[in-house]
Design a protein around this ligand. Structure first.
Ligand SMILES: Cc1cc2nc3c(=O)[nH]c(=O)nc-3n(C[C@H](O)[C@H](O)[C@H](O)COP(=O)(O)O)c2cc1C
Length: 217
């Protein structure tokens, strides 16, 4: 993991936002609480360093599925993309992009082609939520979001960096097919895993007191 430096910003104008704590070590794994309080995503734009090994990916997936799941339906599945698979899939994205947006610049097309080259390991979390007699689809999708978050936490806890993304490829039927996602499925997250080549910077966090309604009588 990279050395952490934290940008000191003051956001006095918005009362629902907390000022950044400049003394906080990000992704501090010294205790469970310290980790949860300091968790920080990296940016897929700068995640070129090494990613989790096969054994570590297995561990990440084991942790990822340890989520609340109403009805124990396990309404999710994974697609792992690494190595040459990243370029092959990026080529498919570029083909779709070129057809959809022929007026875009060659640089933009190259960006779409290189989308998955930005990190060594890409985990696609697919929601397989379907109508069920008792469990609403929404609850199944929420469980899938929890899977994404657990995958991010596990990756970072193992000493790597991660970012949960969606991007246009999560919503385009052609791009979904390129990744092996069926039309009746939805992508909950595309998790980029690697090592950030830049120091992480925190961002202002919401002021919880402005979000909380207490009911005690
Ligand atoms: C469902 C979902 C989709 C997201 N998609 C993107 C995305 O496409 N691009 C992006 O830069 N951040 C995306 N984010 C935000 C990042 O995961 C992350 O929250 C952000 O980089 C800020 O870092 P933080 O998690 O430390 O606050 C998404 C988050 C969620 C929950």
């Amino acid at each position: 993991m990279v050395n952490i430096s934290i940008a000191i910003e003051s956001i006095a104008s918005d009362e629902t936002i907390c000022q950044i704590d400049s003394t906080m070590k990000l992704n501090d794994t010294s205790s469970v609480l310290a980790f949860l309080k300091s968790r920080k995503s990296a940016s897929a734009k700068a995640m070129t360093g090494s990613g989790p090994s096969k054994a570590e990916i297995d561990e990440i997936l084991e942790i990822a599925v340890r989520v609340p799941d109403h009805g124990k339906l396990a309404p999710w599945r994974f697609i792992l993309i690494e190595g040459a698979g990243r370029a092959r899939i990026g080529g498919g994205f570029a083909d779709i992009w070129a057809k959809k947006y022929p007026s875009y610049s060659p640089e933009n097309l190259d960006f779409q082609r290189g989308l998955f080259m930005r990190a060594p390991v890409i985990l696609v979390v697919v929601s397989t939520a379907a109508a069920h007699g008792k469990i609403p689809v929404w609850e199944q999708q929420l469980s899938s979001a929890a899977v994404c978050y657990n995958a991010v936490l596990a990756t970072v806890a193992l000493g790597f960096d991660a970012q949960w993304q969606s991007d246009w490829v999560a919503y385009d039927e052609g791009a979904k097919a390129v990744m092996g996602v069926h039309a009746h499925e939805t992508i909950s997250g595309i998790i980029y895993m690697g090592t950030s080549s830049v120091d992480l910077e925190d961002r202002p966090r919401p002021d919880v007191s402005a979000l909380l309604t207490r009911i005690n009588s």
